[in-house]
Design a protein around this ligand. Structure first.
Ligand SMILES: Cc1cc2nc3c(=O)[nH]c(=O)nc-3n(C[C@H](O)[C@H](O)[C@H](O)COP(=O)(O)O)c2cc1C
Length: 312
């Protein structure tokens, strides 16, 4: 039986629904030593700003039970230098999605303007959810009106697929998702990290120099799954689900909850071949359950649950 793993995100046709999450894969260079990156559905590169950023001072990482806190703070070489690294991904013939960040609407626009010249760039993931920077970042993503204004300002700047990456650090993520959909987003991705902190009790001070950081890894999966379930029920654009995925079963649960595709972040640090393993595991799941296309399982847990409730 031929298995169809393709999914559509905006005007992108991905060969399968699996991609690395931004900031956890650099520009792919290190991972290319482990496997052929052309097997990925897409390559999502690190958060990119107009100017180079050194990120926050150390300590920037803390291990936590079932996860990690990071306060990297969007360290990146700036958009001009990023273009060179992105061009090196061209031979993989896999869509490259650039995570775009900025302090102001103008900075986001400036980054997109430079990236528009790059043929290798297939789509933008607008980061309105970084919890580790003083200005911009999450400030754009916690209020629906502010998020919508940013997306409306960026939409005319490109005909490429515009994905908006949502923050879980809100009371109502559905309201933000709906607002960015109305403003012209082609897809949403969620979740970014959950704001957290760690204290060194011997030193009696916060471990991270930034005081707070973003929590990711298996510990956040139930929160992410709940948000994907709620958002995908409320919007008509595709959802890219992420947060704590470390194996195929995790990935399938996000697809069943309503995600059209999934991204894998922190798990790449523990297991550099996690992405191809998850692709193989999704195939195996579809074959075992007699599905012909991965699209058949998007939101299936939700639609079956609705049927069960109606039948009662
Ligand atoms: C070290 C690190 C750096 C990250 N950098 C970015 C980034 O530049 N842009 C972004 O949108 N998300 C960034 N994230 C968030 C991830 O892309 C992802 O949304 C989050 O970690 C949840 O997925 P996970 O539990 O699979 O890691 C980063 C996460 C980590 C752990």
């Amino acid at each position: 039986m031929t298995l169809d793993l393709t999914v559509k995100i905006g005007n992108l046709l991905l060969k399968n629904p699996v991609m690395p999450a931004s900031g956890c894969f650099g520009y792919g260079e290190e991972y290319a030593a482990f496997y052929d990156l052309s097997c990925l559905g897409a390559i999502v590169v690190t958060g990119t700003t107009a100017e180079p950023r050194p990120g926050n001072p150390p300590a920037r990482l803390v291990e936590t039970p079932g996860g990690m806190l990071n306060a990297i703070g969007l360290q990146n070489p700036g958009v001009e230098a990023a273009c060179e690294k992105i061009r090196r991904l061209q031979p993989y013939k896999t869509p490259v999605i650039v995570n775009v960040a900025g302090n102001t609407v103008e900075e986001y626009l400036q980054v997109i303007k430079v990236l528009e010249r790059e043929e290798t760039v297939a789509a933008y993931e607008i980061n309105i959810s970084c919890p580790n920077v003083k200005a911009g970042g999450m400030a754009f993503g916690t209020e629906p009106g502010t998020a919508a204004k940013l997306v409306a300002a960026l939409r005319p700047a490109t005909s490429k697929t515009l994905i908006v990456k949502l923050s879980p650090n809100v009371t109502d993520i559905v309201a933000v998702a709906k607002a960015v959909e109305t403003a012209g987003a082609d897809a949403v991705s969620l979740i970014n990290t959950l704001l957290g902190m760690a204290i060194d009790v011997e030193q009696r001070r916060p471990v991270l120099a930034n005081l707070t950081g973003g929590l990711s890894g298996p510990a956040v999966k139930p929160v992410a799954l709940r948000m994907v379930w709620q958002v995908s029920a409320a919007v008509n654009i595709p959802v890219i689900g992420m947060g704590g995925i470390s194996n195929a079963e995790d990935a399938v649960s996000f697809l069943l909850a309503g995600a059209s595709a999934v991204a894998i972040g922190a798990a790449n640090f523990r297991n550099p071949t996690v992405c191809p393993e998850v692709i193989a595991g999704i195939k195996d799941y579809l074959l075992r359950h007699g599905f012909q296309s991965v699209r058949e399982i998007t939101g299936l847990a939700r639609t079956e649950e609705e049927k069960r409730r109606r039948a009662k």
